[in-house]
Design a protein around this ligand. Structure first.
Ligand SMILES: NC(=O)c1ccc[n+]([C@@H]2O[C@H](COP(=O)([O-])OP(=O)(O)OC[C@H]3O[C@@H](n4cnc5c(N)ncnc54)[C@H](OP(=O)(O)O)[C@@H]3O)[C@@H](O)[C@H]2O)c1
Length: 342
């Protein structure tokens, strides 16, 4: 999923002030640019405090998302009442008063950015814009789950500590320089934090999917293919049940790398389906195997359907700091190869 953080701040880093009126930071040209960016997104996320204080309608994006611990969200707020967007609320407690207004995703405490990204991705969302406030922006940055950060600074507005509300200034942990633009007086900094690897990812993932066709058809397993590429370019493939009736594709590829004496630290594993997180027939799940070997990236096409178990592979990997990239555009092929199960 491509995650874009977008916010406006004062010269001294405030997103708002404590007066009852909403602090207007953006100029007209900046707003127009934000709306263009919104129109490229599939979902938009704001924290519950922003829903309560600003009462935004978040128009122009098909899916609206918010997050709450307290459950203090009014069904009358514009988030729920304006337009026909799909609405999703991540909550730590059931919210029956939102029945019929939103899908409430009950999440264990704490709700992490990894949980939000994984659950939205499972629902087919590939582009998410996070518009604040400060707590939500910090959540995504701290977990390393922002791809692009757009910080628009109004140099003519200083709020001051006495009046200041939510406060957030972005500092990239990798020291990357932003693209800078002046928009009608606003200083706009756009940080592209991760390189676009989609072309090489899709090529390698297509190879992994092709390998999965070698797996014989069985009612008891998915047909999955995997391809490992190490930082120095060594490649190892595997498919489900290649050498043993209990082995998964990832395991088969890892066994070949181990036999060749190759370290997998920092490697990428491309696998047609989400790595499993629970195994009955083996001591270790593929997710544990990937973590034990120190893989840097996991790339897959299709989240594991709920045929056999509830899979937490992508979420567990993200929480452990492994970069996870998902290409649902290739999932149709994977489902076709596994149509014997559906
Ligand atoms: N200038 C801008 O571009 C911009 C953009 C957006 C917002 N804002 C401003 O930002 C202010 C709000 O910022 P804020 O930092 O105070 O609040 P916020 O980030 O909008 O929302 C914080 C709330 O979100 C929920 N939340 C956050 N992390 C959570 C987690 N991990 N699990 C569960 N719930 C979680 C909690 O809701 P509960 O309290 O319900 O538990 C928390 O109180 C507003 O006044 C708004 O005007 C400015």
């Amino acid at each position: 999923m491509q995650v874009t953080l977008s916010f406006a701040r004062s010269a001294d880093g405030y997103l708002d002030d404590q007066t009852p009126e909403r602090l207007i930071l953006s100029t007209e040209a900046d707003w127009a640019a934000v709306h263009r960016l919104r129109s490229e997104q599939e979902a938009i996320l704001v924290g519950a405090e922003t829903v309560r204080r600003d009462n935004p309608s978040l128009k122009g994006v098909p899916v609206r998302v918010t997050v709450t611990r307290s459950g203090d969200l009014s069904p009358e707020s514009r988030f729920f009442t304006v337009g026909d967007a799909r609405r999703i609320v991540f909550s730590t407690q059931p919210l029956p008063r939102l029945d019929g207004l939103a899908e409430v995703i009950l999440s264990p405490v704490p709700i992490t950015a990894a949980r939000i990204v994984t659950e939205l991705e499972r629902r087919g969302i590939t582009r998410l814009m996070v518009e604040g406030g400060a707590e939500i922006l910090a959540l995504f940055v701290e977990e390393g789950l922002a791809d692009v950060v757009r910080e628009a600074i109004n140099p003519t507005i200083t709020v001051g500590e006495a009046l200041g509300g939510a406060h957030y200034c972005f500092t990239p942990s990798n020291g990357i320089d932003p693209e800078e633009e002046l928009l009608d007086g606003m200083e706009v900094r756009t940080y592209r934090l991760k390189p676009d690897r989609s072309t090489e990812d899709c090529a390698a993932l297509s190879e992994a999917i092709a390998v999965s066709r070698n797996c014989p058809i069985s009612q008891s397993c998915y047909r999955v293919g995997a391809l490992i590429i190490t930082p120095s370019g060594e490649r190892f493939t595997g498919y489900t049940h290649e050498s043993s009736a209990t082995h998964h594709a990832e395991q088969e590829a890892v066994i070949k790398a181990e036999a060749a004496g190759v370290s997998l630290r920092g490697a990428t594993i491309y696998t047609s389906m989400e790595p499993c997180s629970k195994r009955a027939s083996e001591p270790e799940s593929c997710t544990q195997l990937i973590l034990r070997h120190g893989f840097a990236r996991v790339v897959f096409a299709c989240y594991e359907p709920a045929c056999f178990v509830c899979c937490e592979g992508a979420y567990t990997l993200r929480r452990a700091g492994v970069e996870v990239a998902v290409y649902p555009a290739l999932s149709e092929k994977v489902l076709q190869i596994n149509k014997h199960l559906f």
